[in-house]
Design a protein around this ligand. Structure first.
Ligand SMILES: [Zn+2]
Length: 311
């Protein structure tokens, strides 16, 4: 059974049940004269997403846009599969992400190399997106879905260089993708999770500061749900990144990174307690997402001090 919530006027959150886990991955449906999805999940979520769209009363063939916040597999890799049921849809993608969508199979292959063959079992078989079904966007581009709903695209690098945030005018909210971090356990936990090699600490903070300046009414997280505590959460995201960064930067400079992942992990663990009420999410956070997020910081500072040494 698919879980769909109306989270703001004409905006629906479809739980895409990524990795068969509830309340982990979200796809948003904007039901205006023109209809758009924000993110689409992996191929293994396609049937759930289609069911969610129908549950709102929208026909998949009436979807005009699939907007992907960035080209990580859990957000965008299902686009090609969904397009088969959405004959008039165009995929909207950051100009730096388009080439990855055309080569989704290669992206999946490299993920298989680093994460093993179980990734295909987890995410499903991809279908690449044909270039003619793609529309690239740049910072400050807009798309009008109706008289009341205009989307404004925001270049949002840091988590990934090809990340977009999207400001929606009707409710004044921002779709943040993964730019701000993970928002879990109904908002009790915010966790930075920016994997290597593309995470950039400074650029990520700049992006979050820019989001703060927009004075939005709410944030729509891909993982998972909506919050109207906008400035508080954005500030917390910055504070957390600075805390993690401080711990890692200090030892990276002395090339003494041994044990820092364990120390940081031990410090963060108690703050994750509220997620325990969602055992499957908790297991994934502990086993995969927390180590991945910490690795992102370590990789960033390793590269940075390597570069300083060779100057
Ligand atoms: Zn991501």
């Amino acid at each position: 059974m698919v879980d769909v919530d109306e989270v703001a006027e004409n905006i629906y959150l479809i739980d895409d049940q990524v990795c068969s886990i509830p309340k982990l991955g979200g796809v948003y449906l904007l039901d205006e004269e023109k209809k758009a999805l924000v993110d689409c999940g992996p191929p293994s979520s396609a049937s759930v997403v289609l069911d969610g769209i129908k549950k709102v009363g929208v026909r998949p063939e009436d979807i005009n846009y699939i907007i992907v916040t960035h080209i990580h597999l859990d957000h965008a890799s299902g686009a090609g599969v969904l397009l088969e049921d959405m004959p008039q849809a165009q995929v909207i993608v950051h100009h730096k992400g388009a080439r990855h969508l055309v080569k989704l199979a290669e992206l999946m292959e490299s993920a298989t190399k680093t994460q093993g063959a179980q990734i295909i079992a987890k995410y499903g078989e991809v279908i690449p997106v044909e270039p003619e079904r793609m529309q690239v966007v740049y910072d400050d581009d807009t798309i009008r879905l109706s008289g009341e709903q205009v989307l404004n695209f925001i270049d949002a690098p840091g988590h990934a260089p090809h990340e977009l945030c999207i400001y929606e005018g009707r409710n004044g909210g921002i779709f943040v993708g993964d730019a701000v971090g993970l928002y879990l356990a109904d908002g009790e936990v915010l966790l930075p999770c920016h994997p290597p090699p593309s995470f950039d600490v400074e650029v990520c903070i700049n992006t979050i500061q820019r989001l703060m300046s927009l004075n939005a009414s709410r944030l729509y997280f891909a993982h998972f749900g909506v919050s109207n505590r906008v400035q508080e959460i954005l500030q917390l995201a910055i504070d957390q990144i600075q805390t993690y960064a401080g711990m890692v930067a200090e030892v990276a400079r002395e090339n003494a990174l041994d044990g820092v992942a364990e120390r940081l992990s031990a410090q963060v663990m108690p703050t994750l307690e509220p997620i325990k009420k969602m055992p499957a999410v908790y297991k994934l956070v502990i086993e995969d997402l927390l180590p991945l997020g910490i690795a992102g910081f370590i990789h960033y500072y390793q590269q940075r001090y390597k570069a300083e040494l060779t100057k």
